[in-house]
Design a protein around this ligand. Structure first.
Ligand SMILES: C[S@@+](CC[C@H](N)C(=O)[O-])C[C@H]1O[C@@H](n2cnc3c(N)ncnc32)[C@H](O)[C@@H]1O
Length: 298
């Protein structure tokens, strides 16, 4: 095999992009990635933004693509009525069990954030973990914003985390080659977190050694892998995922075009004192938006 072919080894077709298999099968393992400390940071960020923008009292919140619902559970413990939705039935089952163990009520729904709408609109919504990058086409982002406007009340906030286009353009890539339609980054240091789950060492790795990027569609293809156990007992489950990088100016233009939200700020992670513009190397950025008064069909 020549060098060019080797570079593309991890470019397996990811198959159905709205498949829930991976998250449904391993929700408890994925949860290793979620730290309770991060939940405190998220809750603090969300509630202080609500206070800043006059949402007092903040009664009801929503988490899109909630995953193990760590953020929803923390917010529910702080007295917020939480609704959490996800595409993956297995993930929701796991999240329900977590909420029950934590002794809090969270209203769970299965749905696709492209068209799912709640009847009783919320004061604020979260869409974290870079879930929005699963929307591979710009028109899907518009469709989502239109639907989200029906679930968030006028004046309510929408807090989203988006992948920075720079995340994979890491300086540590040893080789960057063009293999149209892909640019191939290889020799990357994977992003990895590990912990113990029921006595087994579990590690979750985002991005293998190689990440593919199609600059025309702004789509990345990379691997998410979960390993359980050590030595000969070690088992690994992996999936090739596709993500779209929304460039900050493009995102701002889509939000303006849709007209359901006004952008209040773009931040380097959860640091309101660190606007994105001053941090071009941020791995992800947070957008805070406010629902406009624009009428939406219900
Ligand atoms: C990377 S995890 C993020 C979970 C959590 N929000 C976090 O911050 O860690 C992605 C989650 O989004 C869900 N998801 C993916 N596409 C979705 C869609 N179109 N609508 C709703 N949920 C989706 C997956 O099932 C999974 O639980």
């Amino acid at each position: 095999m020549d060098e060019r072919d080797k570079s593309g080894d991890s470019a397996d077709d990811p198959g159905d992009r709205f498949s829930t298999d991976f998250y449904s099968k391993y929700p408890h393992l994925y949860a290793v990635y979620m730290s309770e400390g991060n939940a405190l940071l998220v809750s603090h960020f969300a509630l202080t933004r609500c206070e800043e923008w006059g949402l007092q009292p903040t009664r009801r919140g929503l988490s899109y693509g909630c995953g193990p619902a760590v953020y929803s559970i923390d917010l529910a413990q702080l007295g917020i009525e939480m609704v959490a939705m996800d595409l993956s039935p297995g993930m929701l089952e796991h999240a329900r069990a977590r909420a029950q163990n934590a002794g809090v009520e969270v209203e769970f729904h299965e749905g696709n954030m492209l068209d799912w709408v709640i009847d009783d609109p919320v004061d604020f919504a979260l869409n974290l973990g870079e879930n929005l990058s699963y929307l591979l086409e710009a028109h899907e982002m518009l469709q989502h914003l239109r639907t989200a406007a029906r679930s968030i009340r006028a004046g309510g906030l929408y807090i989203c985390q988006l992948s920075s286009p720079l995340v994979h353009w890491s300086q540590n890539a040893q080789r960057v080659v063009a293999r149209p339609p892909w640019i191939v980054f290889s020799g990357l240091k994977p992003m990895q977190t590990e912990d113990l789950v029921e006595g087994h060492r579990v590690s979750i790795r985002f991005n293998g050694d190689t990440v593919l990027y199609d600059p025309i569609r702004q789509v990345f293809r990379s691997e998410i892998a979960i390993a359980v156990g050590e030595g000969e007992q070690r088992e690994e489950f992996s999936k090739v995922e596709q993500h779209r990088a929304y460039f900050p100016q493009e995102f701002m233009a889509l939000v303006a075009l849709d007209g359901s939200f006004e952008l209040l700020g773009l931040y380097f992670d959860y640091h309101v004192d660190a606007p994105l513009a001053n941090n071009p190397e941020a791995a992800a950025f947070i957008a805070v938006m406010r629902r406009t008064e624009r009428e939406v069909e219900r």
